[in-house]
Ligand binder design. Structure first.
Ligand SMILES: [Zn+2]
Length: 95
């Protein structure tokens, strides 16, 4: 988990998750107020939790039941969205 560059306060998991869910909304350190924006390549990681739905639902279709295929994709997407918070990087925009 990333820490604030200035005061070394680790970002809360929920804060990063919330930022990702709002299309990589900038976040602010709770202690020193430093602003952070998503590091651009980290946006590509977003594909991890968007792609499983069409891939499992339409391309792979590992199960006979279409609904199960879509639900599998959604489960993977959900898991991906939880993991994404550990993968994305933010950069300080104040300095
Ligand atoms: Zn800070």
């Amino acid at each position: 988990m990333q820490k604030c560059n200035k005061c070394k306060l680790p970002f809360k998991w929920s804060k990063i998750y919330n930022s990702v869910m709002w299309f990589y909304k900038p976040i602010q350190c709770e202690k020193c107020g430093a602003d952070y924006k998503i590091y651009f390549p980290s946006r590509l990681i977003g594909a991890f939790f968007v792609l499983p739905i069409p891939i499992f639902g339409l391309i792979l279709s590992p199960f006979d039941n279409e609904l199960i295929n879509i639900l599998t994709g959604i489960c993977i997407s959900f898991t991906g969205s939880l993991l994404i918070t550990f993968l994305v990087k933010y950069k300080n925009v104040n300095t």
